[in-house]
Design a binder for this molecule. Structure first.
Ligand code: AHM
Ligand code: MG
Length: 337
């Protein structure tokens, strides 16, 4: 192996495209734009403490949550960048009630719809804790050349053609899949390029980390409470008690567990009877990544990616990570509810 060989994201996606002689390069072009938009968001995230971009915008998004200025910047920036790329006919975002239709001649010919949470974990921005962008890409169902429709977005996760996340952490990473495994790229700020750092990531079948907001313990279903007890019990063979780790930034919690092995859980709770996380632009893309790494993602009973979406901002309970850990929590849910 040549120690000086660096594979950049753009080189990697071009090489990947070359394996499919019929590919027209449009997804490659789109992924390139995602990477570039994320670099600019990363620049703003990094200097957030220096300029007046921290703090609340004074408006709320459609879910009644306060919007932070960086949320708004990331949302606007991804929308504009993906519009200019010409491969996307419409975008759905956590920050916008309805989808955004690109109704010009070029974009109407775009083959893809793009769904995103432009800046997830935004309550962590002000305190300099890692945040992320999550994205999901589908081929449109509506005829190319016409206006995109809601049905283009309400496809099950199994139809995703690509998905990924960007982690704005101690270093910035882009992790994505097109269904041929997952690869991770670390942004080298000195050259401004994402460099391949994690090839064909596989997550351990058994992990020793459980991630859940235990402050909600009293509101959890009985099966989840019993599983947490199981995680805390001593058993040398299964390396219990497990460690509890919870950042409150989905991308960061998932990324850590992906590499180390673990389970992330956001169940239904009394005041969130359908769970908190959104199916289309949080759970489905993460589920695609985790499955490609050999893990599992379910709502406690059913595979997340097979859920038929009914609305853009639909929420779902979410259990995701090392396959044997997800199997185990499902057993508890089946017995105790
Ligand atoms: P957001 O999209 O408003 O940022 O909320 C999503 C975040 C996830 O990143 C994280 O897993 C979860 O909400 C944390 O929720 P809680 O604070 O209820 O534990
Ligand atoms: Mg979010």
């Amino acid at each position: 192996m040549n120690p000086f060989k660096v594979t950049t994201l753009n080189e990697f996606i071009l090489n990947s495209q070359a394996q499919f002689p019929d590919a027209e390069g449009d997804l490659t072009h789109l992924l390139h734009h995602v990477g570039t938009a994320a670099k600019i968001v990363n620049r703003e995230v990094n200097k957030a403490g220096l300029v007046d971009i921290l703090g609340e915008m004074g408006t709320s998004n459609i879910q009644g949550e306060d919007q932070k200025k960086l949320d708004v910047f990331a949302n606007d920036h991804f929308i504009n960048s993906l519009h200019s790329c010409g491969e996307v006919c419409a975008i759905a975002s956590e920050e916008n009630e309805s989808f955004i239709l690109f109704d010009d001649d070029v974009a109407r010919k775009g083959k893809y719809v793009f769904l995103m949470d432009p800046l997830d974990g935004s309550s962590n921005i002000d305190v300099n804790v890692s945040i992320g962008t999550i994205f999901s890409i589908y081929k449109r169902k509506s005829p190319i050349g016409e206006k995109a429709t809601m049905d283009d977005f309400l496809q099950p996760g199994t139809e995703q053609v690509a998905a990924g996340y960007i982690l704005y952490g101690s270093s910035t990473m882009l992790v994505y899949t097109t269904g041929q495994g997952i690869n991770g790229f670390t942004l080298d700020p000195s050259i401004g390029e994402y460099c391949l750092s994690n090839t064909l990531i596989k997550t351990p079948e058994n992990g020793t980390i459980y991630s859940i907001n235990e402050g909600n313990y009293l509101k959890f279903p009985a099966g989840v409470k019993q599983y947490i007890k199981y995680c805390q019990e001593k058993d040398e063979k299964s390396h219990r008690p497990y460690s509890s780790r919870y950042i409150g930034s989905l991308v960061s919690d998932i990324h850590r567990n992906l590499l180390k092995g673990g389970i992330f859980m956001y169940p239904v709770i009394d005041n969130a009877p359908h769970g908190k996380l959104r199916l289309l632009y949080e759970c489905n893309p993460i589920a695609f990544i985790i499955e490609q790494a050999g893990g599992r993602a379910t709502d406690g009973k059913n595979r997340i990616m097979e859920t038929k979406p009914l609305s853009l901002h639909q929420r779902t309970p979410f259990f995701c990570g090392s396959s044997n850990m997800v199997n185990k929590v499902e057993e508890f849910i089946q017995v105790f509810g």
